[in-house]
Design a protein around this ligand. Structure first.
Ligand code: ASP
Length: 438
């Protein structure tokens, strides 16, 4: 299966028997797909629960000596219904009983959480007629709980290379003593990426319930169009600014090998989705932007001091005030005699007067002023590189709407422009920029 495709199906794609049927059609319709990575069943509707959440709850109740059977019953019903609907013969009752006994007998939190993927993997393997490989045998964690990249790559390669197909549950792996360890929430994305890397896949398909990424948040821009192609770097810029995307760590393993990721919609398999490609992608998307994302609630601490740039150690001192107060710096736009430090309100959280005082003591500035309630918007696009006129278009669109720009920052890679506006202008600004390009 070296060089073939890996497909990961998210929780909503495998939430019930109907969804399993769609997944079956997708997999059987593409002979190139070899490894299938399922999540645990997700929500079937807005009022439903994810099986993983139910499992965490069972663990919590049981570890406090409380009765978890009522919650476990919901899990049992979900899996049993799927097996009934698909008319599968796997001994689902026995499988569930073993998990229930393990939880009663004090199984670890990670073990409990991982059983959603484990059981869903068994069911999917049976349904497809593919071999099931327990992730604990090939996704390796060290004794200290850290993910073990080298060992995992070796184990996956050895185990999978001569197989035609396999189902490997997402979200967890194991230590060499068999103890289960999970990734952080949403971690099935990571499992898929790790396997794609190890088998040098030609493509990593990530099946979910949307047809890829949108150019802007649909809550802000109603008729926003989808992004057909985006580079890993652009995606990082957008996700950092709050666009809902893949699990962050899922990008790294595939990026390292330049393996493209395609985001697809299980409910609309013919939609093109979004293709995420390596950063040196030739097709440049000239003259336009790829996406807009942003977040509200930042604070600006502006420090003025004549000749600050020629004073040795000034910036170091300023930064160390934030560092010693455990506050991350988002941006630092500067002019000749002033610099603004932009931090999230969440990080600043009640420390503003302390910070201001410390800057005064340590940096001896002429003036320190601060204001809250700023929103940051990232306009991202490889099409901006070496292209004139894009920033003019962005700023004209804002000025036409009467929006005051409080900050501008452009990275040296010219991949993005970050704009600070007042919180109240956030939605209006995103719409204005979007319609300037669409
Ligand atoms: N089932 C896990 C979660 O809900 C992992 C995943 O779905 O990717 O976080």
């Amino acid at each position: 299966m070296i060089g073939k495709k890996v497909a990961k199906f998210g929780g909503s794609s495998l939430a019930d028997g109907q969804q399993f049927k769609k997944v079956y059609e997708i997999i059987k319709g593409d002979t190139d797909t070899t490894v299938i990575v399922p999540s645990a069943p997700g929500k079937r509707n807005g009022r439903d629960h994810k099986v993983t959440d139910l499992l965490y709850m069972c663990y919590q109740l049981s570890s406090h000596g409380l009765n978890f059977h009522e919650i476990f019953k919901i899990i049992e019903d979900r899996f049993t219904n799927i097996c009934d609907e698909l008319m599968l013969k796997i001994p689902i009752g026995e499988i569930l009983k073993k998990v229930k006994d393990d939880i009663s007998n004090g199984a670890s939190r990670d073990y409990c959480a991982s059983r959603g993927e484990y059981i869903n993997g068994l069911i999917l393997a049976e349904y497809l007629g593919y071999p099931f490989i327990d992730a604990k045998e090939i996704i390796r964690f060290k004794d200290n709980g850290e993910y073990d990249k080298e060992a995992t790559e070796y184990l996956i390669y050895e185990r999978l290379r001569s197989m035609d197909n396999a189902v490997v549950p997402g979200f967890y792996g194991g230590k060499s003593n068999g103890e289960i360890v999970t990734f952080s929430r949403g971690g099935s994305d990571v499992t898929g990426a790790i396997i794609a890397h190890a088998i040098q896949a030609s493509l990593y398909e990530n099946w979910t319930d949307v047809s890829g990424f949108l150019m802007a948040d649909p809550k802000v821009v109603k008729d926003t169009v989808g992004i057909k192609l985006i580079t890993y770097k652009e995606l990082r810029e957008l996700s950092y600014m709050g666009a809902p995307v893949l699990h962050e760590e899922a990008i790294f393993p595939v990026r390292e090998r330049g393996i493209p990721i395609r985001i697809k919609n299980t409910n609309r398999p013919d939609d093109e989705g979004t293709l995420i490609v390596h950063d040196q992608w030739e097709e440049k998307n000239k003259g336009t932007i790829t996406g807009i994302a942003g977040r509200k609630d930042f604070s600006v601490i502006s420090v003025e001091k004549t000749l600050m740039t020629s004073e040795k150690g000034f910036f170091r001192k300023l930064i160390s005030v934030f560092e010693t107060n455990d506050i991350g710096i988002e941006h630092m736009p500067s002019s000749i005699d002033s610099i603004s430090v932009i931090v999230s309100d969440r990080d600043l959280n009640g420390k503003l007067s302390k910070i201001t005082e410390e800057i005064k003591i340590y940096c001896n500035p002429d003036n320190v002023v601060s204001y809250r309630g700023m929103a940051l918007i990232a306009v991202v696009g490889r099409g901006m590189i070496n292209t004139k006129g894009i920033s003019a278009k962005v700023f004209t669109s804002l000025s036409n709407e009467g929006i005051n720009i409080r900050m501008i920052s452009q990275g040296s890679s010219e991949l993005n422009i970050i704009i600070g506006v007042e919180n109240k202008d956030f939605e209006k600004a995103i719409s204005a920029i979007y319609y300037a390009f669409n």
